[in-house]
Design a protein around this ligand. Sequence first.
Ligand code: UDP
Length: 327
Amino acid sequence: MATVLVTGGAGYVGSHACKALKAAGHVPVVFDNFSTGWRGAVRYGPLAEGDLLDPAALDRVFAAHAIDAVMHFAALSYVGESVRVPLAYWRNNLAGTLSLLEAMTRHGVGRIVFSSTCATYGEPAGTVLTETDAQAPINPYGQSKLAVERMLADTAAAHGGSHVIFRYFNAAGADPYREIGEQHVPETHLIPLVLDAVAGKRARITVFGTDYPTPDGTCIRDYIHVTDLADAHVRGLEHLLAGGGSLALNLGSGSGHSVRAVIETAAAVTGLPVPAEDGPRRPGDPARLVSGSGLAEARLGWRPRRSDLRTMIEDAWAWHRTGGFEA
Ligand code: UDP
């Protein structure tokens, strides 16, 4: 049993990781500033409210709990926003992680599981992305996450810590028991927006680009169920606790789905029409991002279990119909 500091534990992926940690017998201590998280999502362990950029708040949480390892989710994560306000991304994602790593060093904690992103690869040269592909991000969000990856490597080399870096593809779905789920303000992600359109909470969904070099002309993404991501995090943690060395692993399903396929599947799952219109491309969107590696399975025994598109949309729809967290 480990006590795990979970930064961003009130957020989408972080809260699902907390549930999985508790189910595996660990204690998740949530550290969150509630800039985007939800109080209703903190239900699997103690809460320490605070900001990564506040060293005293970090010192307090490390002093109050015997932390064995850290899972670091807290970050800003919108590609488009990162282009508009890059310094907010460098501050939160890079300076925030720097502050966290300094606190870990002060308190003698060396193990960390870090949420990185397939956006660190930039425009893929081939049809699938593997961990050995060059990392050349094309937006400040991806740049900030790649910088943290490098900071982790330098820190481990100097101080002997170990880390698991997970490069997520598109997180989707919700807790199958409807305790927690995806909720962003404003919402920008495809599946929740499609479900909002189905439910009449927005007039329609706009398809961003229909002239991509893909079979139906719309962008292809690799959607991965959030509970599969959470399972990978527990495995990554246990790998580190067992003395395993540092790893960097993609977390995707290996299957790509177009925007049109998502819309059609949402119509099938809900039994309702999806009001949709075609629109121009969204700047910065690569045509196709799909994970092409079994490295997470080889190293951690991890395999996606709920990441077929229909199950992800069913779980997201069941959560959507609960009405979500209270503001
Ligand atoms: N997308 C879309 N309409 C929307 C939101 C997203 O067509 O209103 C497309 C977007 O261009 C991308 C895919 O859906 O190809 C997934 O976008 P999302 O923002 O969910 O995730 P991202 O891939 O940017 O991390």
